[in-house]
Design a protein around this ligand. Structure first.
Ligand SMILES: [Zn+2]
Length: 124
């Protein structure tokens, strides 16, 4: 599904969209997708961020699995900001399975060692 929405489009000299696409499956089994927005002055955001916004719009916040793909359809790992965003939505998201490379899937906890929210941090 992520591949189906990915394909970079240049809107103008400052904005490109959909260079990365993401799809996530929630704990409830729903699928949400998103595309990247790349802009001048760093005002864009990641495809994962976009898919998460779509999920939150539907009242869900627990992610079972997520993948992002580049313009060539290859799985790529989430940036640090997206890793942190996923982890802050629910402590159960530390178990979210992330495809970091085609065929290689790891839990978020492996991508966020020494999480600042653990072990005595707030329960969220
Ligand atoms: Zn990101």
């Amino acid at each position: 599904m992520a591949r189906n929405i990915t394909g970079e489009k240049r809107l103008n000299d400052f904005v490109q969209i959909a260079g990365v696409g993401a799809a996530l499956e929630t704990a409830d089994g729903n699928i949400y997708t998103g595309i990247s927005i790349d802009t001048a002055c760093s005002m864009g955001f990641c495809a994962e961020h976009s898919a998460i916004a779509e999920m939150l719009k539907h009242g869900e916040y627990k992610i079972k699995a997520i993948v992002a793909v580049n313009d060539n359809g290859q799985a790529i790992p989430p940036c640090g900001r997206c890793r942190e965003l996923i982890s802050q939505l629910s402590s159960s998201n530390l178990h979210t399975i992330i495809e970091v490379k085609d065929g290689i899937r790891v839990p978020l906890s492996e991508l966020l060692p020494y999480d600042w929210k653990e072990p005595s941090g707030p329960v969220w």
